[in-house]
Each structure stands twice: as structure tokens, then as C-alpha cells.
Design a protein around this ligand. Structure first.
Ligand code: AMP
Length: 388
């Protein structure tokens, strides 16, 4: 690695109304500054308005200056941008030029909620930091390796091809980072391990990874497919959309809001924060208990399915807000699987820590881990590696 590549990377995760950032050193993981600029484009009741992403970049600069760092003097080696949807063509990080911005724009129909914010963030940051290379890291990229059978929907083939309809998968940066961190933690070569990663946050997904290569994942064309999430339904009968429309007269917008924002744990028990759900279960709340059971039932379906996809599994890792913190979810998701070679140790599972750790028993053939995810670090590393 050359000297330049040891400098910090500015990681930007821009959505339509927020911009999260971290200034960190990819080699050491040291974080120099991090924060979030919110309510972009909204008119605030009090305080200063952030008109657009250009203004958000200015607010970010000021926040970082308040932490004692002048961005222009910090020796930034790259700006890494998280982009949710890379479509069929982006399977690796890319150096951003005008053609790449146009290509990300061309993918807006596939990610109408996510890609426009990323594009606005990229445009504003390229204007402000014109002398630094900008790198796009795609949330779908890690799943570019899904076998054709795993990524294809059984719908008319020509329709799918014409409109790029297939399973893409999301949270790829996290699944990639955690699968590699798990191998490092165990002192094993990632290429020698069959892994299942459970990324359980407010959004949630699970992946099957053979020798470091993703072979299946639960999210599809959009991040709505798969597991029960904080506010998203995950898998439902596709006929449910028709029922909503034909029988209940719901509009497309209402169906969208219902399945993306009002479903999942929130829809089942009115609450999507697992700390509250745990407290309510302890207090005997039956809606919270049912929501938990539905969540776990779906998880088990996928764990069993990915065991079958992989044939055997060496490592199962839990990550993200729920996966790293919610002890009963980890216990219940893998309960009763001793016959399949998976045994969680109750005492180890109950330990609270910010570090990677083993929670399986010593004689469990499959090692079960908790591995804190770090998407910003992975984006910074990928950006630094690309420009090195
Ligand atoms: P994430 O999307 O990865 O940030 O995960 C957020 C979710 O993690 C929250 O909605 C909570 O349900 C869950 N969670 C449970 N325990 C904790 C905790 N101690 N700290 C943060 N998040 C938690």
C-alpha cells in the first residue's frame, strides 16, 4: 500500500432527506469524525434549513470543523459513496465519472426511493471536493454472484429481461464485511468456509455464502422481500397485493405504504424497536409475543433453507442492531437445531459486548458468532483499495 492510501476516506451515505458521513482511516479503522445531517429539503420549525444536498455538505464540513478538522486540509485520499442499487452491471466499486453518474441515474426505476438521494449526494460532494477521487460502493454488488437459479423470478422471461427484473439483494456491504470479519476472527481463510450471515437491523436480510461468494440472499428486486423487518412485511403471498387492490380498493400508494412502513413488527404489535418489544413480552403482552414468534418463524425458514442450499455450514453470524443486541432473538432463531449441528450456549449468548464473539458451545459443529457490522469501514477500504 502506498503512503497516500494511508490517509482518511470520507464515507458518505446520502438518502433523499439525510446525509450520514464518517471520516475514517481504512487501514486502522480509526474514526476521526462522524455524524448525520437530517431534514434535507424540509422547512424546519426552528433552526436552520438545509435546502439541498449541497447545503448538507456545507453543514457536514462545519460539523467536522467543530470537531477540529478542516476537511480540505485533512489529506482525504478518496470519498466513498454508498449507493443502494447497482443494477445488473455494477458488481464492484467504481471510480465515479459523469458516465457512472448517468448509469446510476439509469437505475432510478429500480430504486426510486434510494438512488436519487445517492446521486444528489455524489453531485454535491464532487462539486465540493473536486480534486479527490470519488468511489461508488453498491449495496447490491456482493450479490452479483448469485447463481442464475437463485436470482431469477418465475415470471415471463422477456418481461424480466426487458425491465431488468430479478433478485439483486441488499445490505451486501454488511454481508461481505461480516463474512470476512468472521473468517478473520476465527483465523480461517474465507475461501474455506460455508457461512450464513443474519443482518438483523430495522431492515433485515440473511445470506448464504460459499467460500466468500454469495450464493443466496433473502432480499430481491427491492429490499421488501424476505425476513420480517421493523416496518416491512418481508415475504407475503404475492396475491396479497391483488387482494388489497381488488377486495379492499387500496391504491398502489396505499399498498406501498402498508407493506413498507406499516407492516413487520410495527404492524404486528405497534412497535419496531426490539428493546421495547422485549420489555412488552416480559410484561406479558400477547401482541408483542406473537410478533416475536412470527419473526423467529420466518428466520428459521431461511436458516433451514440456506442449510439446504449450502449442504453444510461452518459459521453462522448475527449482526446489526437486533442481531448484535437482542439476546432472545439469537437464542430462539437457532433453538432446537442441535440435530443439524447448531448449538448455542445460553451463557455465552447472554454476554453483552461490542466485540466479535463466539456464542455456540465448544462441541457445536457449526460455530455461531456475533460480529458487529461496520459498513463505513468496508466502504472506506473498498474505496482505498480501488484507488491504490
Ligand atoms: P440497525 O438498523 O442495524 O441500526 O438496527 C436498529 C434496531 O436494532 C432497532 O430498531 C432496535 O430494534 C434494535 N436494537 C436492539 N437492541 C439495541 C441496542 N442496544 N442498541 C441499538 N439497537 C438495538
Amino acid at each position: 500500500m502506498n503512503a497516500q492510501a494511508n490517509g482518511p476516506v470520507l464515507v458518505i451515505n446520502a438518502g433523499s432527506s439525510s446525509l450520514k458521513y464518517q471520516l475514517l482511516v481504512p487501514g486502522t479503522g480509526e474514526v476521526w469524525a462522524k455524524g448525520i445531517v437530517e431534514r434535507i429539503g424540509e422547512t424546519p420549525e426552528q433552526g436552520e434549513a438545509v435546502a439541498d444536498h449541497g447545503a448538507a455538505i456545507q453543514v457536514m464540513r462545519r460539523q467536522i470543523a467543530d470537531a477540529g478538522i478542516v476537511l480540505e486540509d485533512a489529506g482525504i485520499v478518496a470519498v466513498g459513496h454508498r449507493v443502494v442499487h447497482g443494477g445488473p452491471d455494477f458488481s464492484d466499486p467504481v471510480l465515479i465519472d459523469d458516465a457512472v453518474v448517468a448509469a446510476i441515474e439509469d437505475l432510478v426505476p429500480l430504486a426510486p426511493l434510494h438512488n436519487p438521494g445517492a446521486i444528489a449526494g455524489i453531485r454535491a460532494a464532487r462539486t465540493r471536493f473536486a480534486d479527490v477521487p470519488h468511489v461508488a460502493v453498491f449495496d447490491t454488488a456482493f450479490f452479483a454472484t448469485l447463481p442464475t437459479a437463485a436470482r431469477t423470478y418465475a415470471i415471463p422471461r422477456e418481461l424480466a429481461e426487458r425491465h431488468r427484473i430479478r433478485r439483486y439483494g441488499f445490505h451486501g456491504t454488511s454481508h461481505r464485511y461480516v463474512s470476512r470479519a468472521a473468517a478473520d476472527f476465527l483465523g480461517r481463510d474465507v475461501g474455506s468456509l460455508n457461512q450464513i450471515v443474519l443482518h438483523l437491523g430495522n431492515g433485515a436480510s440473511i445470506s448464504a455464502i460459499r467460500g466468500g461468494v454469495a450464493v443466496d440472499t433473502s432480499m430481491g428486486l427491492t429490499p421488501l422481500e424476505g425476513l420480517v423487518m421493523g416496518t416491512r412485511s418481508g415475504d407475503v403471498d404475492p396475491g396479497l397485493h391483488l387482494f388489497f387492490h381488488y377486495q379492499l380498493g387500496m391504491s398502489v400508494e396505499q399498498i406501498d405504504t402498508t407493506l413498507n412502513k406499516l407492516s413487520g413488527m410495527k404492524g404486528l404489535c405497534g412497535e419496531n424497536d426490539f428493546r421495547q418489544i422485549e420489555a412488552r413480552m416480559d410484561a406479558g403482552d400477547e401482541h408483542a409475543a406473537l410478533a416475536f414468534d412470527v419473526y423467529i418463524h420466518r428466520l428459521k425458514h431461511y436458516v433451514g433453507s440456506y442449510l439446504a442450499v449450502l449442504g453444510s455450514v461452518d459459521v453462522i453470524s448475527f449482526t446489526a442492531g437486533v442481531g448484535e443486541n437482542t439476546v432472545p432473538v439469537r437464542a430462539a432463531a437457532l433453538a432446537g437445531l442441535e440435530g443439524l449441528g447448531i448449538a448455542v450456549d445460553a451463557e455465552r449468548n447472554a454476554v453483552r459486548s461490542k466485540e466479535a464473539r463466539v456464542i455456540s458451545t465448544d462441541d457445536s459443529p457449526t460455530t455461531v458468532l456475533v460480529v458487529p457490522t461496520n459498513e463505513e469501514l468496508d466502504i472506506a477500504r473498498q474505496a482505498a483499495a480501488l484507488i491504490a
